[in-house]
Write a protein that binds this ligand. Structure first.
Ligand SMILES: [Fe+2]
Length: 246
């Protein structure tokens, strides 16, 4: 079974279109989305409309998805993120709000041996940054692999013989072979707002038969995404950061 694993689209339709094009070139059996469809970018309704067509799929909500439909307060968000949440909430149509409102809270177990969560398996809003957080996270799921998002960094944590080791993935392509006896916490990186100083959209393909995870980066039309942000009256910085990958 080949899973397309992706997360943190954040209203960036141009990055999402590049991902959809990519997924057509690869034989995908199942989609795993790890949260944050909206927030920051200018195309929340279009993304929700398109993601409905990806089947079969398991998905969960992110912190922005929660906040825009009133399921969480915006107090924990910085001023720019909060203003994007206000903008998104006022531009979502009724159908989109209903869709976000019904998204499941992570963690969710898929096909018995995959856990998906937005932040961490013990708290959907917690950021896994470093081995300490990862070590805590490994205590809170029982499958051999857990995919997470939220940090917008492509990262692999491996737990073997009670030791946790983190690997930051650099470059356009990476591949890891899953070892017997090891467990994994994997972030595919962000589709719509990468923060690892690489502006390209990120995703991963997990091949459960070959026991491999491949990580990809792809170019997309950043200029168009930025212009839409400016035309929408969203903060200018949200367009600029896309070029920098921050
Ligand atoms: Fe996010």
């Amino acid at each position: 079974m080949r899973y397309l694993v992706f997360t943190d689209i954040h209203g960036n339709l141009e990055a999402f279109l590049a991902l959809l094009k990519f997924s057509k070139r690869h034989k995908i059996d199942y989609y795993l989305f790890l949260g944050d469809l909206v927030g920051y970018g200018a195309s929340p309704n279009e993304i929700i409309q398109k993601i409905r067509t990806l089947k079969p799929m398991s998905m969960i909500r992110g912190n922005h998805d929660k906040a825009v439909c009133g399921l969480d307060s915006i107090q924990t968000f910085n001023p720019i993120a909060a203003s994007a949440i206000h903008w998104t909430a006022s531009h979502l149509n009724k159908r989109s709000i209903e869709y976000l409102f019904k998204l499941k809270q992570g963690p969710v177990i898929v096909h018995k041996d995959i856990t998906i969560c937005h932040g961490a398996p013990f708290d959907e809003d917690h950021y896994i940054f470093g081995e300490f957080d990862a070590g805590e996270a490994f205590l809170h799921f029982n499958t051999s692999i857990c995919f997470f998002g939220h940090t917008h960094f492509p990262f692999v944590y491996t737990e073997k013989d009670h030791l946790v080791e983190g690997t930051f993935l650099i470059g356009d392509f990476n591949e890891i072979k899953l070892e017997k006896g090891a467990r994994y916490l994997i972030n595919p990186g962000s589709v719509g707002q990468p923060r690892d100083r690489d502006s390209k959209a990120a995703c991963a393909i997990y091949d459960s038969t070959a026991k491999k995870v491949k990580f990809f980066r792809m170019e997309y039309n950043i200029k168009e995404a930025q212009e839409k942000i400016l035309r929408a009256g969203l903060p200018r910085a949200l367009g600029e950061r896309l070029w920098l990958g921050i």
